[in-house]
Every structure is written in C-alpha cells, then in structure tokens.
Ligand binder design. Sequence first.
Ligand SMILES: NC(=O)c1ccc[n+]([C@@H]2O[C@H](COP(=O)([O-])OP(=O)(O)OC[C@H]3O[C@@H](n4cnc5c(N)ncnc54)[C@H](O)[C@@H]3O)[C@@H](O)[C@H]2O)c1
Ligand SMILES: *[C@@H]1O[C@H](CO)[C@@H](O)[C@H](O)[C@H]1NC(C)=O
Ligand SMILES: *[C@@H]1O[C@H](CO)[C@@H](O)[C@H](O)[C@H]1NC(C)=O
Length: 372
Amino acid sequence: MTSQVMNGNGKAFHDSDVGKPPEPNFAMTTLQTVLDFILFISVSIGYILQDLYYMALGYPEKDLKNDIALVTGGGSGIGRLLATRLSKMGTKVVIWDINQQGINETVDIVQSTGGYCKGYVVDISKKEDVYKAADQVRRDVGDVTLLINNAGVVSGRLLLDTPDHLIERSFNVNVMAHFWTTKAFLPQMIENDCGHIVTIASLAGHVGISKLVDYCASKFAAVGFDEALRLELDVLGHQGVQTTCICPYFIGATGMFDDVNARWVPILKAEDVADRIIKAIKTNEKVAVIPGYIKILLSLKWVFPWGCNSQFLRRLVPDAAPHQVAPVKCAPTPTNDSTNYKINPNTDISNGIGKSAAMLVKRTPSVGERVL
Ligand SMILES: NC(=O)c1ccc[n+]([C@@H]2O[C@H](COP(=O)([O-])OP(=O)(O)OC[C@H]3O[C@@H](n4cnc5c(N)ncnc54)[C@H](O)[C@@H]3O)[C@@H](O)[C@H]2O)c1
Ligand SMILES: *[C@@H]1O[C@H](CO)[C@@H](O)[C@H](O)[C@H]1NC(C)=O
Ligand SMILES: *[C@@H]1O[C@H](CO)[C@@H](O)[C@H](O)[C@H]1NC(C)=O
C-alpha cells in the first residue's frame, strides 16, 4: 500500500520509500570513507600549519573603516566602549538600547571625537521592534556588516528567589534577541558575501555559577548559537560571513557585576576587554576567552570529577551577587496585586546597591506568573 505523507518540510513522500535505502557497493563506500578520512586529515594539517604560521607572525587584521556596525546595548558598559573604538577606526556605528539617556551619552561621546554614531531606542527582547528598527537602520544608514550582540542582563538571585519574568528576560535579552537581530541582518550579509556576527557571551556560557542559573543557561545558549551558526555558514559555503564568540570573565565598573565576590582571577578592566574584542573582530577569531589562560582550566573541566569542579568554582566565585541584584530605582510599588513580585526581604533596597533602572525592561506581568 502506498500513501502520500507530508514530512516536516511539507514535501510529500511515499511511505513505500521508507526503509529501503539504496543498496551501496561495499567496496566503493569503504574506499569513499578512507578517501574522506585522508582528506580530513590533510585539510586539518593545513589548518594547523596555517595557525602556527599566524601565531608566529601575527594574524592578519581586517580593516573596519568601511563597515556599518550595530552594537546592541551600546548605551553603557562594553557596548559604549566598543562604539567609541569602532568609530575611531572610521566605522559607522549604530547603537540600540532601551536607555535613551545612555544612548544620548554614547552618541555625544562618539560625535565629540568626530565619529559617526546614530542611536535608536529598541527593546531587543521584542522581535517585532527588532525587525522594525532593522528596516529603519537599513533606510537611514545602510546594510549592517558588523552585528555585535552585546546587550545582556543578569538577575543575580538564587533560582527559587528569581521571579519568572526575570528568568524570561534573561533569555529574551541574552539569547532570543540574537536570533531576531541575526535574522534581520544576515540575509544582506550573505547576499553581499560580507559580514560579521559577534556574540558577547561570557565564561558563564561555559561553566555554571550559583545565583546565575538563568544567566548561565542563557549564555550557554548564546555560545551554542554562535557555534552552530558558524558551522551552518561553513556548510552553506558563505565564506564572507564570519562569527565570533566573546567569553569574558567578570568585568569591573560596567554596572553588571560590580559587587561580585570573586578571587584568584582578577576582575577585568572594561577598556582591556573592549580592546580585546576589537582585536578578535579584526582577526576573525572564532572564540575569544578572556583572559586566554582560562581556556586551559575550561578544558580540565572535562577531565576532572565533578567534585573537583564544584570545589574550584565555589572558591573562585564565593558569591556572584552578594547584595543581590535588586530592581532599586523602578521597583514596582508593592500592592496587593497577586501578579506583582515580592522583593526579597533580605535585600536592602534602600541602600542603593543594585542595578540601575537601565537594566530593567518595563513589562506587564503575565497572568498566572509564578511569584517567588
Ligand atoms: N560585566 C561583566 O562582568 C560581564 C562579564 C561577562 C560578559 N558580560 C556580557 O557583556 C555584555 C555587556 O555587558 P556590560 O557589562 O557592558 O553591561 P551593561 O549593563 O553595562 O550594558 C548592557 C546594556 O544593555 C542594555 N539593555 C538591557 N536590556 C536591553 C533590551 N531589552 N534592549 C536593548 N538594550 C538592552 C542596557 O540598557 C545596557 O545599556 C553583556 O552581554 C554581558 O552579559 C559582562
Ligand atoms: C536625547 O537626545 C534627544 C535628541 O538630541 C533629545 O530630544 C532627548 O530629550 C534626549 N533624551 C535624554 C533622556 O537625554
Ligand atoms: C494589603 O493587604 C493587607 C492584608 O491583606 C492589608 O492590611 C493592606 O491594607 C493591603 N494594602 C493595600 C495597599 O491595599
């Protein structure tokens, strides 16, 4: 009996085709496999030699002066530092942020040094807003050739103290937004065979840390997004489109992890991280772990028993958010509304420690949200 069935792509196939793979010629397939393996080994040796050559003589650096860069979260921290560095090299910079004041400051800083910078208020956690703003940027400035997915948020609470909407926000900003911005700008990059997509992830995208469960999960996702996208572009043969994943340790004075209690590895300076990111972009680096020696520790993660990893991580980061990350400035007025979340009573919200209003996305609580 033969009937037509639709597969996942909507293409019709006959179920009589199922279970009848073409009969291969054994000798031919074996030969094919051996040849394929030899090809793989020789190509790999080629790549290793190329890398050794570059390590000795320095990696070639590309020029970014004809690029149009889009930096999400350009209204503060790393995003702002990237915008100033890029504009100094002649790159046209577009920044997106939810914080109008931060945007104005960045635009002023860049323009005062003679650079080009245009800012837009965009909440990247809303995909319709992202698509609309992307069209606007195309009309106002042109095709984005360097997309830097930098905006990020952190909840900084124990999982069971984290209200649902903050967990959703972590994912919407730290990873989902990468899908929307990439879908908005990748088609032109592919068409022009020229583009670069940069994911600002984190070391928290490679190891788990207490009080950062939602943050780590979203950053692991961002790391996976970058790697799978890179491979997909390779498979499709789009050699002009590069991807880079940036994985820094804690950075001081950006507002995100200012009060983190960490040791052994010194907190990074934001300026150094920005310089390192620019370097990674110019050399088409695939994954930049900052500081670089942490790569060795990361590889050991797969060698040692979990107990060793746990003991190490607990000592490295005794407390990722000692004062918790409390929405100080725009915390909703406590009401008896069941959808409002409680501020943890252990958090002293009057002492000014906590995230700036910029980090909080205005929201309407959804019905049925779990409040903890
Ligand atoms: N600070 C650190 O220690 C550290 C360490 C590793 C990785 N990172 C990552 O580096 C990136 C930059 O961090 P930073 O330290 O500069 O943080 P930051 O808080 O200074 O900057 C983040 C920016 O993103 C903006 N933003 C937040 N939500 C947004 C939204 N929905 N739409 C548009 N913009 C939004 C904020 O307004 C802010 O300007 C983040 O992805 C962060 O996760 C930071
Ligand atoms: C930002 O700049 C624009 C235009 O220059 C101005 O209209 C707006 O009031 C400024 N906003 C803030 C919050 O500074
Ligand atoms: C909230 O509820 C408590 C008891 O249920 C009541 O005493 C209090 O007045 C209410 N507050 C407001 C702002 O309605």
